[in-house]
Design a protein around this ligand. Sequence first.
Ligand code: AMP
Ligand code: MG
Length: 356
Amino acid sequence: MRGGPGPHDVPVTRRSEVVQIDPTDPPPEPIRRAAAVLRAGGLVAFPTETVYGLGADGLNEGAVEKIFQAKGRPGDNPLILHIAELSELAPLILGEPNAAAKALMAAHWPGPLTMIFPKSALVPDRATAGLPTVAIRMPSHPVARELIRLAGTPIAAPSANRSGRPSPTTAADVLEDMDGRIPLILDGGQCEVGLESTVVDLTGGVPRVLRPGFVTAAEIKSAAGGSEIDPAVLAPLSEGEAPRSPGMKYRHYAPMGEVTAFRGPGAVGEIARRYDQADNALILALEENVPRYGNRCVLSLGRDESAMASTLFRALREADRLKAEHIFCECVEPEGVGLAVMNRLLRAAAFNVIDT
Ligand code: AMP
Ligand code: MG
């Protein structure tokens, strides 16, 4: 079963505490408490503008190890370090950021963009899964920023889901996967972007998008003078091919039900036809198409690819709550934010795509 117990399972013994926080005017006390947990080597889930993160002190090898255990995350999938101020970058990387990196920081930090640099000796090998590079992001969410500031250390934080599951965009999603595995969840409401950050590699000549996100390849090109998109973004890796970003090789973002994606002009008709032949099916559709499915069970993904970015993971988790066994999902054009949506959808569907 997907999302089931893995080899690194820790016993589920106690429930996690969930503390609600107004994200626009975060009160200091709960964030201070969360920072103390982090400084003591513990784990805290917290909201960011992308998805909820599962944080640990990124410079404490033992704390970082707890992230892998709580998530059941494969040890060769590196973590992103989160900083609150530009001055926190230099100790983590080797040498100076190049001109493209500086331009991208000026244009997109704080924000949903992760950059990859050569790593310094300060960063534990466990955090980068033994790679000579480190991924760094400066989030814009006020709770995330205050937490990093009060912890006084870069926070390693992957998405706060069990490995392979859809990323969490609410505290309820985090609780669903992590209850009893971590002591504290800061609940700042719904995440705005709803998809993980764009990951761009700056260690080569041209900035290379390894994982698309809300910051698009075109925006990277306009800030940095160039960008290329790793071919693995929309394609499964072929057998024996080495991924440039280790996260690329795992099936990801998958609900319990089987996801099928439908592309092309005949998508609505083909989805309706298959729905009628299946038991416990659910349709995920763009808002304008919802009426065309009549009284079939449909969740709206919103009006366009940006709306779909913020609703896709929510819809996939809702599909599980509805115990859907077959999830039939419409596609969007893989352009702009649509590239990020399709990158996640294709992996949730394990590249099970029907062209119509
Ligand atoms: P997550 O933390 O679950 O959002 O995933 C982090 C993503 O960043 C994964 O896809 C990683 O493979 C990628 N990543 C982190 N560090 C590096 C690195 N040093 N080089 C390439 N990709 C990285
Ligand atoms: Mg993740």
